[in-house]
Design a protein around this ligand. Structure first.
Ligand code: SF4
Length: 364
């Protein structure tokens, strides 16, 4: 999306209140400037010369979560988050950014990931299946890596690992670092092409959304059409339903909740994780108020870097929601969400567990 196209969307959003009720940022901050119409009005006012950029207004724009919440509640399907991310990119190109983002710029130029810089060499041998273990899983929730390998083995697959420990590019894109995002995306696609895979297995909804949509729609790159992108959870659910995989029941009878990952609204596979959890846990599965089609993000995305205080509030709101619904244990498979939830879960009396670990521990 170009800056001009972004402005066309934001012109429609600036006086619109239709998705206001579902907005996660104002829900936790009580700040009208952080609603979609507030952010759009800030950007459009500057465009019209009614406002000049300063630390506050830049922080408002860069706080947008890029979780697709506004669009999923929009009757006219306006790509609000996508437009704001295009504006962030334009601002970065003019050297305008809040201090929090300026600090990241330097870090991103030195290392290809926000989270670590270990080198994992891919063997790049030809294989029908490729597996992408992202930097978020590698560095933020590494306990899932072994669990994922156990689950893949149980599916009798032995995929070629590609770009392990690197980013698919979504986080950089969300913050407006377009060139970095393109570089990360191209590296993933180059390795995918080298192994000649027909199917790419991804481990988070963020990476599923990124490969299926972001590369083509937001970065102008063409992801190989012949390659199917599948989530491991979808593969496991299918194998479980077909009787090719079984799970042993857990003895844990405590009420539990599944926390929909921050990009859930863009993927809309709400059932696979719940189905798999139900196959193992005998306890009562409770639901958050902000779940499925009205999922709110945790602070795991770009807001974590651009506005850490707000990110904490987003994460705490999800934990409070789970506590209110009577959950004692919460599950999620997204490494970035898990690492955020893990910071404060104990404050709400909640035990947090990785979904991949639960599944691997209960294979039949
Ligand atoms: S995304 Fe749609 S509903 Fe939300 S402010 Fe924009 S036009 Fe209105």
């Amino acid at each position: 999306m170009t800056y001009q196209e972004a402005l066309e969307t934001l012109e429609k959003c600036r006086y619109c209140l239709m998705c206001r009720h579902a907005d996660p940022l104002s829900h936790v901050s009580f700040n009208e400037a952080l609603t979609p119409h507030g952010i759009a009005l800030t950007i459009y006012s500057e465009h019209k010369g009614l406002l000049s950029w300063n630390e506050d207004s830049l922080r408002t724009v860069f706080s947008e979560t890029d979780a697709g919440v506004a669009r999923s509640h929009c009757a006219t399907d306006q790509p609000f988050s996508e437009a704001v991310s295009a504006v962030k990119s334009e601002l970065l190109s003019q050297g305008k950014m809040p201090e929090t983002v300026a600090r990241l710029k330097e870090r991103l130029e030195q290392t290809p990931s926000f989270f670590g810089d270990a080198e994992f060499k891919s063997a790049l041998e030809q294989n029908d299946y490729a597996l992408f273990i992202s930097d978020e899983m590698q560095y933020l929730w590494p306990e899932s890596v072994n669990a994922v390998n156990t689950l893949i083995k149980a599916l009798t697959l032995s995929p070629a690992e590609i770009t392990r420990g690197k980013s698919s590019g979504f986080l950089a894109l969300s913050l407006g670092f377009m060139e970095q995002a393109k570089k990360q995306a191209k590296q993933l696609m180059t390795e995918l092409e080298a192994v000649k895979a027909k199917e790419l297995i991804v481990l988070s909804q963020t990476d599923l959304y990124t490969c299926r949509h972001v590369y083509a729609e937001r970065l102008g790159l063409s992801f190989p059409e012949e390659v199917k992108v599948t989530s491991l959870l979808a593969l496991l659910t299918q194998a479980y339903k077909n009787g090719k995989l079984s799970f042993k029941p857990s003895a844990d009878t405590r009420p539990y909740a599944y926390i929909d990952p921050s990009q859930a609204l863009r993927v809309k596979d709400f059932d696979s994780p719940r189905h798999l959890l139900g196959a193992i846990l005998p306890g009562n599965q409770v639901e958050l108020f902000w779940r499925k089609e009205r999922t709110h993000p945790t602070g795991s995305g770009s807001t974590w870097f651009s506005n850490p205080e707000l990110a904490e509030k987003l994460t705490r709101a999800r934990l409070e929601d789970a506590q209110k619904q009577g959950a004692e244990v919460i599950y999620c498979e997204d490494s970035a969400d898990l690492s955020q939830l893990n910071r404060y879960a104990a404050d709400y009396g909640l035990e947090l567990k990785g979904l991949y670990e639960l599944l691997a521990d209960h294979l039949g």
